[in-house]
Design a protein around this ligand. Structure first.
Ligand code: SOE
Length: 374
């Protein structure tokens, strides 16, 4: 059976997911056959060009018909477009894959998760960093108890694309359109990844309390460098947060779009009673592991010969993978889940849980105090 996919969004994430779907027949031959059937957008000329480049059969400027007719609906549009089309698709019984964060607001995220529960079809949230082989290897070490009692969890996501005040305004900088700034854009990834790695009850458990600090450094930006028009920035440029986990572990999070010199630097560090691990997205094929009883400091493992379900699909050990491969892995798992009628994680429930934690961090910043998650 061929899955006909309708995709809303054709820029950055449209390209990442279209590329991922195109790789499946060559590298994941057991994946279901997928046809990039319809590409949805508003600008017909740009859409036609994108459909040609990304290998779509047709275009549509109105999602309402597509979400009911397609076998699968991908919502890769800006955050404020995530809720309505995704809920309509789910109400029509169409599985949905939605980019992160699930929604601009906790309220919309709840509505999307409710619709997914009601529809009882796969509804995935595209937290692609769960599909990095080194992250899955780290999860295996943690679940095997190799780090012992979890004490410290640290997540940092640093970029610097806004450090120049002349960088133009975009939808990501508007609270109505994005919901939040770096908190939802990058913090969502870190929160989800930490839940994935140490959220089990016998590791760090749930996040019970948070504190938050959000900062906007540049509060207006040019819309068009020629006419001098500017628009306000109504979201955070950087955030930091403290987390208190159920088992007593302490979490420290931060992200910024002003970390001069850091391009896409997502790092995770975990310290336990028996050892530590360190991951950096800029060196995503490696995992640094320290075992206290070996007293040898951190050992860098090249995660290509670990028993990883993805690495063998690509190249021999040591022929490293890149950022784009994480999208291939998550598309393989999501489309296979639809084909086999099985569960997919991260689901809309995971998207909602991440949104709950982000909203609590924002609440903590506004109230200037710790916030307990109910
Ligand atoms: C922001 O620049 C961004 O594109 C995020 O939106 C993505 O989720 C992240 O993977 C890379 O950076």
């Amino acid at each position: 059976m061929t899955l006909e996919v309708g995709v809303l969004g054709y820029r950055f994430m449209g390209k990442a997911h279209a590329n991922a779907m195109a790789r499946l027949p060559m590298f994941f031959p057991d994946a279901p056959d997928v046809e990039r059937a319809v590409l949805i957008g508003r600008d017909e000329e740009a859409l036609t060009d994108a459909a040609e480049r990304l290998g779509f059969d047709a275009i549509a400027t109105d999602w309402t018909d597509v979400v009911a007719d397609a076998d699968v609906f991908y919502n890769l549009g800006p955050n404020h477009v995530h809720a309505e089309p995704s809920i309509a698709a789910l109400e029509a019984g169409t599985p949905v894959f939605c980019e992160k964060p699930l929604a601009p607001t906790l309220e919309d995220a709840r509505k999307m998760a409710d619709a997914a529960r009601e529809a009882d079809v796969p509804a995935g949230c595209a937290f692609n960093y769960r599909f990095v082989p080194a992250i899955r290897y780290a999860k295996g070490l943690l679940e095997a108890g190799e780090l012992g009692e979890i004490r410290h969890v640290r997540g940092r996501y640093l970029q610097d694309w806004l450090v120049d005040p002349a960088e133009p305004w975009s939808w990501r900088l508007d609270e109505e359109l994005a919901g939040s700034g770096v908190l939802g854009d990058l913090g969502a990834h870190t929160v989800d990844l930490l839940r994935f790695l140490v959220g089990d009850d016998d590791l760090a458990g749930d996040i019970e309390r948070v504190s938050g600090h959000l900062q906007t450094f540049v509060d207006e930006r040019p819309v068009d460098e020629d006419d001098g028009e500017t628009r306000p920035v109504t979201v955070d440029d950087a955030y930091s947060a403290q987390l208190a986990f159920a088992n007593g572990a302490m979490g420290t999070l931060e992200a910024s779009r002003f970390a001069t010199g850091h391009k896409n630097d997502h790092t995770i560090e975990i310290h336990g009673s028996e050892g530590s691990l360190r991951f950096s997205l800029e060196r995503l094929n490696e995992l640094e592991v320290l075992r206290r009883d070996e007293n040898r400091g951190y050992e860098t493992i090249l995660v290509t010969d670990a028993d990883d379900p993805y690495v063998d699909h690509w190249w021999p050990p040591g022929h490293v993978l890149g950022w784009e491969h994480t999208f291939v892995h998550e598309n393989y798992e999501f489309l296979s889940a639809i084909d086999s009628g099985s569960e997919f994680e991260p689901s809309f429930e995971d998207g909602l849980e991440a949104q709950r934690i982000l909203a609590a961090i924002e609440d903590g910043d506004e109230r200037g105090e710790w916030v307990t998650l109910d």
